[in-house]
Write a protein that binds this ligand. Structure first.
Ligand SMILES: [Zn+2]
Length: 443
């Protein structure tokens, strides 16, 4: 520690000296006008983004939480067109910052959010398990089990690997507007649970693309879904549900939308998965989710991606407080959590019994660019590192955040909960496997 402190003091001295010498040099040089008009400063009333002003009731020094920007504030000016498909590559950082050497999760993590529809052969399972061993993952949940013959094939191929890979059946809304759909699908769930599916995945299409006959969106509190949630409760199987979307997707496409800046929708005419024009409002999806949790207290829900509420930690806290049957997992959120590491560390410590590890990964994801940054974020205090991007532009930039993140150094007792203890509440049949792996690692 002392050596580290002396080193830091030395670094500060070097930096201070360098700045001083720069200033000296600068004062001797004649002041040159900037070659580029408008680059010299920030005239009042310019387009510089400013922190919102608090209401008059907030005293000097007090902390407040600004509201989301209005749609109009993010919307591009009339006639704006995309600046083209080229997203700048991520710059290589020139900062010499401490880096923890980390290749495997400290404890055998259960990743509850993996998409592996290709798991239909022994070879596919074996290659995934080799990947899991190299990154220290204890078990994964394959959310793409499907239904019918596809589910049967997945369960059959996965039988010898059930200690490492759990299969969830996949919610299928085909025919939801026809009479008798609820009973039919609930029966298929029952068949799947009896055959070995350990839970069910619901995709975000519920709430933002599946429609009633009149064109309105079907939300998760629709009465036709009551028998579905009840069937999960009857077999005590969790429902891993993804509803709502990144908040940027509810805002217009334009340079002030940070998801656009990162690379989404750069291609001319590309509005894929942008919900600002004819999608549902995120408030409507969030309200339906509240209703569903409240009216099905015996059903255990695991809300994917922190319920997509990571844009508003206060809202997420209120949700967790109100619904003891609704846990959350962290898949595809690190790009956002990692830019407010102190806040999220405190949040995760407070809600340590409600949060599961998830990644939204698949067997084709790379260890260094995808899996390992998860461990770096959760386990270390490393700062300003490349996050596990869910989407990359052709030049390699992360499409959900063209920025870097910092870690939260969780203590071991909390890491154990996030990595496997909370997941074992939902997936108790994995316990012997995780305990065996802990023992083998001497942990
Ligand atoms: Zn996913």
């Amino acid at each position: 520690m002392q050596r580290w402190f002396r080193m830091a003091v030395a670094i500060v001295a070097i930096v201070t000296g360098a700045v001083a010498s720069l200033q000296t040099d600068d004062s001797q040089a004649p002041q040159k006008p900037s070659a580029v008009q408008g680059w010299t400063g920030t005239p009042p009333g310019s387009e510089a983004p400013l922190e919102p002003k608090p209401p008059a009731t907030v005293k000097e020094g007090e902390v407040w939480i600004p509201p989301l920007p209005a749609i109009d504030e993010v919307a591009p000016p009339a006639g704006w067109v995309t600046s083209g498909p080229d997203v700048p590559p991520m710059p290589l950082t020139l900062l010499r910052l401490p880096r923890t050497n980390i290749t495997r999760a400290k404890f055998p993590a259960i990743d509850v959010h993996v998409h592996a529809p290709q798991l239909t052969t022994a070879a596919a399972y074996q290659s995934l398990i080799a990947l899991m061993d190299s990154i220290g993952t204890g078990a994964m949940v394959n959310l793409n089990g499907g239904t019918g013959p596809a589910l049967d094939a997945a369960l059959k191929a996965g039988e010898p690997y059930r200690d490492r890979v759990a299969t969830f059946l996949t919610f299928n809304p085909d025919g939801i507007n026809e009479p008798g759909w609820s009973e039919k699908f609930a029966a298929e769930m029952e068949r799947g649970f009896k055959a070995g599916a350990l839970g069910m995945k619901v995709f975000k299409s519920l709430g933002q693309s599946i429609r009633n006959k009149d064109g309105s969106f079907i939300q998760c509190d629709d009465p036709r879904l009551d028998p579905i949630w009840d069937m999960a409760a009857k077999y005590n199987r969790p429902v891993l549900i993804h509803t709502s979307d990144s908040i940027g997707r509810f805002y217009p496409i334009g340079p002030k939308n940070e998801r656009y800046e990162a690379g989404l929708w750069r291609r001319a005419g590309d509005t894929s998965e942008n919900l600002s024009v004819d999608g549902p409002k995120h408030e409507a999806i969030e309200k339906a989710r509240e209703n569903m949790h409240r009216t099905h207290p015996k059903t255990r829900f695991i809300n994917a991606h922190l319920a997509m509420l990571y844009y508003d930690p206060g809202k997420l806290a209120a949700f967790l407080d109100a619904h003891p049957n609704g846990d959350v997992e962290i898949a595809a959120t690190l790009q956002d959590l990692g830019r407010a590491p102190r806040l999220w560390r405190a949040f995760i410590l407070k809600y340590q019994d409600r949060i599961l590890m998830g990644s939204d990964g698949s067997p084709s994801r790379g260890a260094d660019e995808f899996w390992r940054p998860h461990w770096r974020y959760l386990e270390t205090y490393d700062e300003y590192f490349y996050h596990p991007a869910q989407i990359r532009t052709p030049g390699g930039s992360p499409g959900h955040g063209r920025w870097n993140i910092s870690g939260i150094g969780l203590p071991d007792a909390v890491l154990r909960k996030i990595y496997y203890q909370n997941a074992l509440r939902h997936l108790p049949s994995l316990r012997p496997s995780i305990e065996r792996q802990l023992a083998a690692r001497g942990r």
